[in-house]
Design a protein around this ligand. Structure first.
Ligand code: GSH
Length: 226
């Protein structure tokens, strides 16, 4: 199937962009990535995007698909093979856990933005609860077994935050969650996941969080080597 020319309008640190890039790479789609500055959105982007959010999948320079879950499903449908289960119930379960992944990203935003220790610990406990729920459902080594699927593409950027933060700040977020830990390591080693961000991602993420002047900013700042 000729799927036309594909451009992904992106932002360097965005986890929703990452899941789209991972899907593009996994499905072997040739695409152009255009990073924009979200603090100064270009007029052409605002004209194309009804939400003003990235990612935006631009097809043949005219049709703009928005919302990362929709982008991933579209890419899956128009390319060979599928990264969703064939069974409708299992497929629906994957979609449910994809939504859970998006909600987890919102919870991570609350975690790195929390202003004081109390709200930080609260956000941390909420996240821990989410990872415990995942521990109960994942099959391993990937979400539903041996095959990498779209749901895995969704959680790789979730875990990447903690791969970066844990280089500077200790945390018990994953302690005792053996399946989640193994899944997290497996995802971090996958080529599409590695290639979904620039080499300076960790540095850029730490700088981004430090600018938030949050509780985590202070923890990171005091651990960054001078
Ligand atoms: N539900 C959206 C969320 C995308 C999103 O929140 N993108 C952020 C960057 S990570 C964004 O574009 N923010 C700019 C803004 O809200 O103005 C999706 O899944 O695509």
């Amino acid at each position: 199937m000729n799927i036309g020319t594909i451009e992904l309008v992106s932002f360097k640190l965005c986890p929703y962009v990452q899941r789209s890039v991972i899907t593009l790479l996994e499905k072997g789609v040739v695409f152009k990535r255009t990073d924009i500055d979200l603090a100064n959105k270009p007029g052409w982007f605002l004209a194309l995007s009804p939400t003003g959010k990235v990612p935006l999948l631009l097809i043949d320079n005219k049709d703009a698909i928005f919302e990362s879950a929709v982008i991933c499903e579209y890419l899956d449908e128009v390319t060979e093979g599928s990264l969703f289960p064939a069974d409708p119930k299992l497929r629906a379960l994957h979609r449910s856990w994809i939504e859970f992944g998006s909600q987890t990203l919102a919870a991570i935003g609350g975690y790195y933005s929390a202003k004081d220790e109390e709200s930080f610990r609260h956000a941390e406990a909420q996240l821990r609860g989410r990872f415990e729920k995942l521990e109960d459902v994942i099959a391993g080594p990937y979400f539903s077994g041996a095959d990498f699927m779209i749901v895995d593409a969704v959680y790789a950027p979730v875990f990447r935050y903690f791969d970066v933060f844990s280089t500077l700040v200790e945390s018990d977020l994953f302690k005792g969650l053996a399946k989640v830990e193994a899944w997290r390591r497996r995802l971090a080693a996958r080529q599409s996941v590695i290639d979904a961000v620039d080499v300076d991602f960790a540095q850029a993420l730490i700088a981004f969080v430090i600018r938030k002047q949050s509780y985590l900013s202070h923890l990171l700042q005091s651990s960054v080597p001078a």
